[in-house]
Design a protein around this ligand. Sequence first.
Ligand code: DP6
Length: 320
Amino acid sequence: MRAKSQAQPNIALVKYWGKRDAVRNLPAVGSLSITLDALYTRMEVEVGPAPGQDCLRVNGEPNTAMLPRVSRCLDSLAGAGRPAASITSESNFPIAAGLASSASAFAALVVAADAAFGGSRPTLELARLAGRASGSAARSLYGGFVELANGRDDIELERLAGPDDWPLTVVVAVTASGPKPIGSGEAMTASARTSPFYPSWVERQDQDLELARSAVVSRDFEKLAAVAESSCLKMHSVMWTTRPPIVYWNAATLSCMEAVRSLQRDGHPVFFTIDAGPQVKAVCLPESATLVARTLEAVPGVESVLTTGLGEGARVLERR
Ligand code: DP6
């Protein structure tokens, strides 16, 4: 059987950083994100007749680096004695550069694989399987504004609002498109071990989640902006105080933040957030999107700018 899916990356406004269970990849903190629209990963999974070696192609090239993680994800879904699968992944944006490509990839993978292996699992179950492969991927199973909460035994997910309920625009300023120096999984494990800020990061997370949730429910842009920038800067403070330090920013990252600050001073509804990479995501109301994109395009060191609205969760495109 063969199935094809699509998933879009999501951007956390209240960040996930740290694991409470590394084996099951359960996060130490809840998080809150928006699922994007224009950036996507399309994944095709074809199940062979017998057990054997899986094969993976990413953007037209064979990929052995990601294959073990992908195979483990398929084992968790279809059992270790499953038939081998051939997986083809295509993304329309730079991968492994802090643009949440693993989120869209693993969300797309579980959806396509479930269909290709003949299953029809509920979304929450697929989100939990995606989350085991990559914590942030669980959120891309849902569209719009998504909260991931830490339940007693596993993660819980809730769509707080749909993409059209509060249609924000995200302008991504790409400041470097190469792979990042250290993967987020390894980096957050180092932070938990060595950053003196890590315990208070975990302890305060519920306050940020509460603020962000109420900002989404009441569509309060300023409130969301304040908590999102604070969560982003706290996460990067934890990274910076890790030993050895983890610094994902470059000079253009800081210049983009300054450009967003100056738009804010002029009264424009926009805020920034940054993940495990040097790209800056500026979240704004749609009427300011053109100005925000033009402003970020003009920042020295910005290679390109992508503009996107909010989109739906991962879904099957076709099955045969
Ligand atoms: C900075 O989901 O990539 O983007 O669970 O180890 O795969 P693993 O980590 P990952 O971490 C994402 C971290 C972040 C913040 C976020 O998306 O919440």
